[in-house]
Write a protein that binds this ligand. Structure first.
Ligand code: AMP
Ligand code: ZN
Length: 448
């Protein structure tokens, strides 16, 4: 599976992460429900007009500038419990640039490309199937679609650039088709086929904004260069919108990042819950209220698990064992049905309700409790919210470096006999869930 990743000129927003969480659900369903081995690629677009302009404005090299947002992506993805994928290629890695140049040369050799002003273009008139994915008529352009931000000297307005002659001062590479840089579309075609092998690849995925022209152009290039179909399945995730109904987009400046949400004291597990609770083919309107509801929903699941942990009666009850098995099957059926996450969450909450009722009636023994917990864990191998919540609860509420820095500050304050400051630091930490214990050996901290 190849998924179009982030254009790393800014920190990814929660709209981008809606797509990445949805694809994580797909990955986990393929692995844990369908039993496939998954090899998944998520790329970083680290060269285009936006990354070049932003790095110049920051006075940094393209590599150093984009590195920062790649690191931020990894942090945010980890916070949201997104499973790491098998490879994260960058467009500007040399082996990828060479693969792009090879594809451009193959397109030239097969008569699909032409040169103009030092750039190489794909000639759409040579591809009778062009527009099939986006269901365009041959002349048509989809309204509201994302069009290349780059402007070039093209023969036909629909033609798109494969390899772009660089302007003075822009980064340029020369691996055989002349000095320049890759067009956005060729990056993905070449990286997908280099890392996943012979076409067709199984699944190609991304947000709905990419259907046209990006994915349409990827198909035209890949099939033009290889003569084989490019991808068996296309998966497109609908957009996350802001409260007012505006599309969240970096170029519009109306964005919210994962770290913005965490800085407001919300938990990543709640954000993951919100992002997966709407079916991936429906638009998702983000509100702060939806995060509060997610918190409540997660608390209900965690409370139920805590009650199960407290069961001590020996033995087991066949009805409870059957109930757990039915939940596992119903959950799997929902996920198999085009990743029906709302339905899958419905299965989990029916189980929560039935478990509470059975516990109230004294029908759950210790053997059943283990099997029921196993059913929740089975669902969570795909949902990934319970594991995230547990990890959050185990982690100190404040980063360890910060605790240690405050302990050092307090020690310094005491050293200069500023007991008011020392006490304030201790009280502050206490208020944030960390208790300090002083002894002859020094100060230790623990969770309250
Ligand atoms: P970009 O950094 O714009 O290239 O986007 C990275 C990924 O996020 C692509 O798969 C996009 O289709 C997807 N994406 C961009 N904006 C949104 C949004 N508002 N909601 C969901 N997915 C999005
Ligand atoms: Zn792409």
């Amino acid at each position: 599976m190849y998924a179009c990743g982030l254009t790393v000129y800014a920190r990814g927003h929660i709209g981008n992460f809606r797509t990445f969480v949805a694809l994580d659900l797909l990955r986990r369903t393929l692995r844990h429900v369908a039993g496939f081995d998954v090899r998944q690629i998520v790329n970083f677009t680290d060269v285009d007009d936006k990354t070049i302009n932003a790095s110049r404005a920051a006075g940094e090299s393209l590599r150093a500038y984009t590195d920062r947002y790649i690191t931020a992506f990894r942090e945010d993805a980890a916070a949201l419990g997104i499973e790491p994928v098998e490879a994260y290629p960058r467009a500007t890695d040399e082996e990828n640039l060479r693969a792009m140049v090879e594809m451009v040369a193959a397109l030239e050799a097969r008569g699909h490309a032409y040169r103009s002003d030092g750039s190489v273009y794909f000639r759409i008139a040579t591809d009778p199937d062009y527009g099939r994915l986006a269901r365009l008529d041959h002349e048509g352009i989809m309204p509201g679609a994302r069009i290349d931000s780059d402007q070039y000297a093209k023969h036909d307005a629909r033609d798109f650039v494969l390899w772009k002659a660089s302007a003075p001062g822009e980064p340029a590479w020369d691996f055989g088709v002349g000095p320049g840089r890759p067009g956005w579309h060729i990056e993905c075609s070449a990286m997908a086929l280099r890392l996943l092998g012979e076409p067709p690849i199984d699944i190609h995925a991304g947000g709905v904004d990419l259907i046209f022209p990006h994915h349409e152009n990827e198909i035209a290039q890949s099939e033009g260069a290889t003569g084989a179909p490019f991808a068996r399945f296309w998966v497109h995730v609908e957009h996350l919108l802001l409260d007012k109904g505006d599309k969240m987009s970096k170029s519009e400046g109306n964005i919210l990042t994962v770290s913005d949400v965490l800085a407001r004291g919300r938990r990543a597990s709640a954000l993951r819950y919100v992002l997966l609770s709407t079916h991936y083919r429906k638009q998702l309107r983000f509100t702060w209220d939806s995060l509060a509801q997610a918190e409540e929903a997660l608390t209900r699941i965690m409370d139920c698990l805590a009650r199960l942990d407290g069961v001590t009666a020996a033995g087991s009850n066949p009805a409870m064992q059957a109930r757990a098995a039915a939940a596992r099957e119903a959950f799997a059926a929902m996920m198999r049905s085009d990743l029906n996450t709302p339905g899958a969450l419905g299965v989990v909450f029916e189980l929560v309700r039935d478990v509470h009722a059975a516990l109230d009636a004294g029908e759950v023994a210790a053997g059943d409790a283990a099997v029921l917990r196993g059913a929740f864990d089975h669902c969570d191998r795909v949902l990934g919210v319970i594991a995230l919540r547990r990890a959050e609860e185990e982690a100190p509420p404040i980063p360890v470096d910060e605790i240690e820095r405050l302990i050092a500050e307090r020690r310094a304050a005491r050293g200069r006999r500023d007991f008011a400051t020392a006490d304030r630091i201790r009280d502050d930490l206490q208020g944030r869930g960390i208790a300090l214990e002083d002894s002859a050996a020094g100060t230790r901290w623990k969770r309250v």
